[in-house]
Design a protein around this ligand. Structure first.
Ligand code: UDX
Length: 438
């Protein structure tokens, strides 16, 4: 099949490369000439494990191409995917659809034959209908269908999530479109992956409901962690006990500093806004958004606590800045609020991240960016681990203790064992666990 991806950001590039791997003929279109030229040379604009290899291999095989020319790119395509950004609007946090609507107009003017236009970007409920209306107004004589096919790609595991998904969700209102989509995903359905066919609105709701549910699960375990701290429980035991119940499941029950990233914060907010607009408010998701926002900043208070009440005049080493490991993405990362709060309370921050330093410099001001964890820890009064990068597990705490001014460690991801940290001579605070294992 011939496919075009409009937008070569995270979703467009990963999906395009994976569809090419299935054997489809894929062209990725972007308005940014620099990006297209780089991609042609195999330079990948984002950090995602194994993506460079996948792109280079499929480009070399002639199945994955890049162009700025939207008209030529989509003239003879079976499916055109809208993969442009839907950033939150500054005025109210709802998803801004201007790029989606522009893509719909551009596609309408360039379609050569029956085309399935696929909303892959995360868009509010009703967008597929709106895209349909735009195409109709622009080119009523054309033959097309608009389908909603949300992505469920985690950063850092996007290729695995695309190639081995729990399910593929397709919201379509015509049998002709459903048949094209079935053919497109045949390499997955042949492997036994469930392909769920729904109406378009349901598919749009499934995307938001999935992310909102997972964000709720994370926020719920974070609340249980707070409770454990007050009553002397251990949140890891609680999470295990919850997760062993099949109806709940063990995933997304790691307590931490609050969720971040490009999806959970934006999608929960957009869901709240959509629900408000249609007069069906989502109280639960609204509470999750508020609770998570407050939590990030509260995490800085733990650092004050371990420093004897205040971070004023102290040097704090911040380990890990990205919203999670294996990405360079800083969007809505808890580190932004934590560093800001530490600085507002009079601390000097020395920060280190294995991959995200360049992105971090754009959003974290006034911190000193270090080239290694040891460098950041040298001379620090306390350390706070914000992102659980694997390399931090190898820290040699004898050396850490010798370079720090004081042996104070706050572990916001429960990477280390309280007993080991105590044995190593550290004052150690983590999330929802007693100071030393009982
Ligand atoms: C998420 C969804 O998982 C994915 O399906 C969707 O399409 C995009 O949004 P992503 O944002 O890449 O993916 O990250 P994810 O791994 O889901 O983590 C989101 C946030 O929740 C991170 O800040 C992470 O640290 C946090 N989290 C996750 C926890 O604090 N505890 C957990 O148990 C799981």
């Amino acid at each position: 099949m011939r496919l075009a991806m409009i937008g070569t950001g995270y979703v467009g590039l990963v999906s395009g490369a994976c569809f090419a791997e299935f054997g489809h003929d894929v062209v990725c279109v972007d308005i940014d000439p620099g990006k297209i030229e780089k991609l042609k040379k195999g330079v990948i604009p984002i950090y995602e494990p194994d993506l460079d290899d996948l792109v280079t291999r499929n480009h070399a095989a002639g199945r994955l191409n890049f162009t700025q020319d939207l008209k030529a790119g989509i003239a003879d395509c079976d499916c055109v995917f809208i993969c442009v950004g839907t950033p939150p609007r500054p005025e109210d946090g709802h998803a801004d659809l201007k790029y989606v609507y522009q893509a719909a107009k551009d596609i309408a003017g360039a379609m050569g034959r029956y085309t399935v236009i696929v909303d892959k970007s995360t868009v509010p409920v009703g967008t597929a209908r709106e895209v349909d209306a735009i195409v109709k107004a622009e080119n009523p004589a054309a033959e097309w269908d608009v389908v909603s096919n949300p992505e469920f790609l985690r950063e850092g595991a996007a290729i695995e999530d695309f190639m081995e998904p729990d399910r593929v969700v397709i919201g379509a209102d015509s049998e002709r479109a459903r048949s094209v989509m079935r053919q497109l995903y045949a390499p997955l359905s042949d492997k036994g992956v469930p392909i769920l066919m729904t109406g378009r609105e349901s598919a749009e709701v499934i995307k938001y409901a999935t992310n909102a549910f997972l964000a709720t699960k994370v926020t719920f375990i974070n609340e249980m962690a707070d409770l454990c701290e007050k009553v002397g429980g251990n949140v890891e035991d609680v999470a295990r006990g919850l997760g062993l119940d099949d109806r709940i499941g063990p995933r997304f029950l790691r307590a931490g500093p609050g969720y971040g990233g490009s999806c959970f914060p934006k999608d929960t907010m957009a869901l709240v806004k959509t629900a408000e607009m249609v007069g069906s408010p989502t109280w639960i998701v609204d509470a999750v958004v508020k609770k998570n926002d407050a939590r990030k900043r509260q995490m800085a208070h733990r650092v004050g606590e371990i420093c004897g009440g205040s971070v004023k005049g102290k040097t704090i080493a911040v380990l890990g800045l990205t919203f999670k490991p294996d990405t360079d993405d800083m969007r809505e990362s808890p580190s932004i609020d934590i560093v800001d709060e530490l600085q507002s309370n009079g601390a000097t921050v020395r920060a280190y991240d294995p991959e995200g330093t360049d992105q971090a410099k754009a959003v974290i001001k006034g911190a000193e960016f270090c080239s290694s964890a040891m460098d950041a820890l040298t001379g620090a009064d306390a350390a706070v681990l914000v992102t659980e990068w694997a390399e931090f597990e190898d820290l040699d705490f004898d050396v850490v203790k010798s370079v720090m001014k004081a042996a104070n460690f706050v572990d916001l991801r429960n990477v280390f064992s309280p007993a080991n940290m105590q044995a190593a001579g550290f004052n150690y605070l983590s999330i929802g666990r007693p100071a030393a294992a009982k």
